[in-house]
Design a protein around this ligand. Structure first.
Ligand code: ADP
Length: 187
């Protein structure tokens, strides 16, 4: 089962992705986590990505598509994965399609987490105090929300037209939201 978690920064994709991975036994893979690890380890990928991440911009598709290919070709991805933070552009979604077709699979479920802007900003500012992420500054948060609207939100229509989208209200307790997620994917 191939599941995509879609939603703006702060919508709770990471939290719910971890719970769903636990429930289904599928690996959860987050491009944000992979990129932060690359930055931390000072790899060439990390070096390229950091400037974009700190500004709240997307890392260019030509970099990310290679990373997505590497992820989807892993043996552990053979039976499905939970994609957290990708695809984030139409070009990335098309790359995911191509890679899945080549292994006779397809995107099964796309969960679109819906949270108001005020709540997102509140959560992200709170996270900066707790975790100190360099892209949780007010300026970078504003930019990331704008980038989401422009580059990523079109994927809601892209997947809705294909009949695989479920909207998940992203407010309420973590457990309540986890139940909505499980019902949406039949887990
Ligand atoms: P959030 O959803 O809170 O923004 P992520 O950890 O998913 O956090 O992403 C952090 C940053 O990493 C993004 O702002 C972007 O710069 C980069 N990034 C992560 N995934 C992608 C992707 N699929 N395409 C382009 N950039 C990405």
């Amino acid at each position: 089962m191939y599941v995509i978690l879609l939603g703006p920064p702060g919508a709770g994709k990471g939290t719910q992705g971890i719970i769903l991975a636990d429930r289904t036994g599928l690996p959860r893979i987050s491009t944000g986590d992979l990129l932060r690890a690359a930055v931390h380890n000072a790899t060439p990928l990390g070096h390229r990505a950091k400037q974009f991440m700190d500004q709240g911009l997307l890392v260019p598709d030509e970099v990310i598509v290679g990373l997505i290919a590497e992820v989807l070709e892993r043996p552990e991805a053979a039976n499905g994965i939970i994609m957290d933070g990708f695809p984030r552009t139409v070009a990335q979604a098309e790359a995911v399609d191509r890679l899945l077709v080549s292994r006779n699979a397809a995107v099964d479920h796309v969960l679109s987490f819906e949270v108001s802007k005020e709540e997102l900003v509140r959560r992200l500012l709170g996270r900066q105090q707790a975790e100190g992420r360099s892209d949780d500054t007010p300026e970078a948060i504003e930019r990331r929300l704008q980038v989401y609207r422009k580059e990523t939100e079109p994927l809601v229509t892209f997947y809705r037209d294909r009949g695989v989208l479920t909207a998940i209200p992203g407010t309420g307790s973590i457990g309540t939201i986890a139940t909505r997620v499980q019902e949406a994917v039949g887990a």
